[in-house]
Design a protein around this ligand. Structure first.
Ligand code: PMP
Length: 364
């Protein structure tokens, strides 16, 4: 049938229905342009109005000051694992990484090609279920920056506040791919925030980089032009052909988030959704289990296991029959994972929770 499902995927992920409908209504002809956004010149006035509005709405949402550049790039967050050290470090420069899950680990490993990063804390031995106490971090005072992954999409571990960087330039960098625009963030605490769009704010193919302007302009000589923040900043993300349609979609999502009342309101909804799901897990007498430290559980990605792992495939099958899909955990950790990004309505989480209780009653 053609009904929409509740899509609990980690990314690409659910988008707001109202945004999809708006895009549908504008797909064939955008306003009075006589063409689709996909067909427009990226240098024409119509697309310029689209990208400028997207940037200005994002600046409003996150209260981004004029000291920061906002870039709409390509290549995913993965490309920034290289882009950031290339732009901020000389090959001999140290950089500190706090590794709270597999994305932070990937960022660290890629940085090894372009600078001298160290892992100053890793949650690996505890299966990435924790965030360290910030006092205990032994930061390298000579480091160029301190890198964190603000929300580990696979492990469901989320920073609730941020360490103060103790390096010589005081730079904190965060991969916010999976909690971008899910709550207010004090951008002024960060040197760079970067995120792939395909979880909370749009389709895949757009990568957003928010960077303090004074950090731009020091790229290593070998930096490919497509990774050089200076080139993109000077050209307002239009040095080459940008992912135009994706940027348009992100713009529609930003508009929708503003219409909801901004990120404070969005965070309240996200807290409510996460609360009912974690409560169901915690009140299941061990039938469901979430291994993550309660204080750092993600509002976006909720991993859980079943006491009887042989019920997992039954759980997934029955959930899919009730139009709840993509609940299988990442292959590296197993179990289940429910991603409940901004666009997941409360009704979707309520339905999942009711299903989980019923499933437990039948199999507990
Ligand atoms: N960082 C995080 C936290 C992610 O969740 C992902 C994607 N799942 C990435 C980086 C990689 O992003 P991309 O696929 O856009 O390169």
């Amino acid at each position: 049938s053609r009904d929409r499902v509740f899509n609990f995927a980690a990314g690409p992920a659910i988008l707001p229905e109202s945004v999809l409908k708006k895009a549908e209504s504008e797909l064939y002809i955008w306003r009075d342009s006589g063409m689709s956004v996909m067909e427009m010149s990226h240098r024409g006035k119509d697309f310029l109005s689209i990208i400028q509005k997207a940037e200005s709405d994002l600046r409003t949402l996150l209260n981004i000051s004029s000291e920061y550049a906002v870039l709409f790039l390509q290549g995913g967050a993965t490309t920034q694992f290289a882009g950031i050290p290339l732009n901020l470090c000389k090959p001999e420069d140290p950089a500190d990484f706090v590794v709270t899950g597999s994305w932070g680990d990937k960022a660290f490993k890629e940085a090894q090609k372009y600078c001298k990063p160290s892992v100053i804390w890793s949650g690996k031995s505890e299966k990435y279920t924790k965030i360290p106490s910030f006092d205990a971090l032994e930061q390298n005072p000579g480091a160029k920056y301190l890198h964190i992954c603000a929300n580990e999409t696979i492990h469901g571990v989320e920073f609730k506040n941020y360490p103060t960087p103790n390096n010589k330039d005081g730079i904190l960098i965060a991969d916010m791919s999976s909690n971008f625009c899910s709550k207010p963030v004090d951008v002024s605490k960060f040197g760079v925030i970067y995120a792939g769009a395909q979880k909370n704010v749009g389709p895949s193919g757009v990568t957003i980089v928010i960077i303090r302007k004074d950090l731009i302009g020091n790229a290593q000589g070998i930096t490919p032009v497509m990774l050089d923040f200076k080139i993109h900043a000077e050209n307002n993300s239009l040095y080459n052909t940008p992912p135009c349609y994706g940027i348009y979609m992100c713009g529609l999502v930003f508009e929708d988030l503003l219409e909801q009342g901004g990120l404070q309101e969005v965070e309240k909804k996200n807290m409510k959704k996460a609360e009912i799901l974690y409560n169901t897990i915690d009140e299941s007498n061990g039938f469901y289990r979430c291994p993550v430290d309660k204080s750092v559980r993600s509002l976006m990605n909720v991993p859980f296991t079943l006491e009887k792992p042989d019920l997992e495939s039954e759980f997934i099958k029955k959930a899919a029959e009730e139009k709840m899909v993509q609940l299988k955990g990442h292959r590296s950790v197993g179990g289940m994972r429910a991603s409940i990004y901004n666009a997941m309505p409360l009704a979707g989480v309520e339905k999942l929770v009711a299903f989980m209780k019923d499933f437990q009653a039948r199999h507990g």
